[in-house]
Design a protein around this ligand. Structure first.
Ligand SMILES: C[S@@+](CC[C@H](N)C(=O)[O-])C[C@H]1O[C@@H](n2cnc3c(N)ncnc32)[C@H](O)[C@@H]1O
Length: 271
């Protein structure tokens, strides 16, 4: 189970995430929205909304009769999200495991985009989502897949297996807790959801610089890259990871492959 730190975030990391996620999480988020079926007039909850880019997009989809609320535990990300607030889009600092601010059966749709793997008590988070959803409301999760480990994590694990990093076994904490398709099926069913579809899509992108890949990952992981290594070892571990990525350089740039798992379920009843 990952033990991510929520105190390693900085204004720079939040801003970097805001600028760069538009090419990544925002894109997979749009795929997720298509699978959920967001419609005008819906009341939607975005759990782990980050800087609010996707929530802002959903607010346009639900229109003036809808409402989108985003929550995230990182105050610096919510500060950026709040700049996007409108009459139909609002944001709060909050955690997936405590949705008590929202009434029971008040949401027409709930989603987690690139968030679920960071949550420590995933069954509790799903129970909380279930409580606030109306009967028939769809749930969407886009996350990593334990069946298709991310190239980034494979390379990071390779670095961490070497001396002196391997002396700090706990440093691997802070790694996302990705689930398999079978795990999602069971977790959703155990919570009471009806599973509609679980799929995995793989994307390939090319990058000029391995530094950029690693920097974005750190912004996306809110400062948890090599979080538990002693500070004097972090630069060396980072350089070793960059060298691992360089091995994937092609004439088009460094080839990065990422698999996204999409889990779509619904609260029984209704519609
Ligand atoms: C990779 S970002 C994704 C942000 C946003 N959903 C997007 O699509 O750009 C992961 C987000 O998960 C949030 N997160 C981590 N643990 C969480 C928790 N327990 N409850 C809610 N959000 C959480 C982080 O604060 C971070 O903003």
């Amino acid at each position: 189970m990952s033990a991510v730190s929520l105190i390693s975030d900085t204004e720079d990391l939040a801003l970097h995430y805001e600028q760069e996620s538009i090419k990544r999480q925002f894109v997979s988020g749009q795929v997720l929205l298509g699978k959920i079926g967001i419609e005008p007039g819906m009341k939607v909850l975005d759990i782990g909304c980050g800087t609010g880019l996707l929530a802002q997009h959903v607010a346009q989809m639900v229109g003036s009769n809808g409402m989108v609320t985003g929550i995230d535990p990182l105050p610096l990300r919510i500060d950026l999200a709040k700049r996007k607030s409108t009459a139909t889009l609002d944001f709060f600092v909050g955690d997936a495991v405590d949705l008590m601010r929202f009434p029971e059966a008040s949401m027409d749709a709930v989603y987690f985009n690139s968030v679920f793997h960071w949550i420590k008590d995933q069954p509790l988070a799903l129970r909380q989502a279930f409580r606030v959803m109306k009967a028939g409301a769809p749930l969407g999760i886009a996350s990593g897949s334990a069946d298709h480990p991310l190239q980034f994590h494979v390379l990071k694990d390779r670095v961490m297996a070497r001396k002196p990093y391997s002396d700090y076994a706990e440093a691997i904490d802070g790694q996302p807790n990705n689930l398999s398709a079978a795990d999602y099926r069971k977790l959703c069913a155990d919570t009471g959801f009806v599973v509609r579809d679980i799929s995995v899509e793989t994307t390939v992108s090319y990058h000029d610089s391995a530094d950029d890949i690693v920097d974005f990952y750190n912004a996306s992981a809110f400062g948890n890259l090599f979080g538990n290594l002693p500070v004097e070892l972090k630069a060396g571990a980072r350089d070793a990871l960059i060298a691992e990525f360089e091995a994937f350089r092609t004439p088009d740039g460094i080839r990065q492959e990422r698999s996204h798992l999409f889990a779509i379920a619904a609260k029984p009843g209704g519609r």
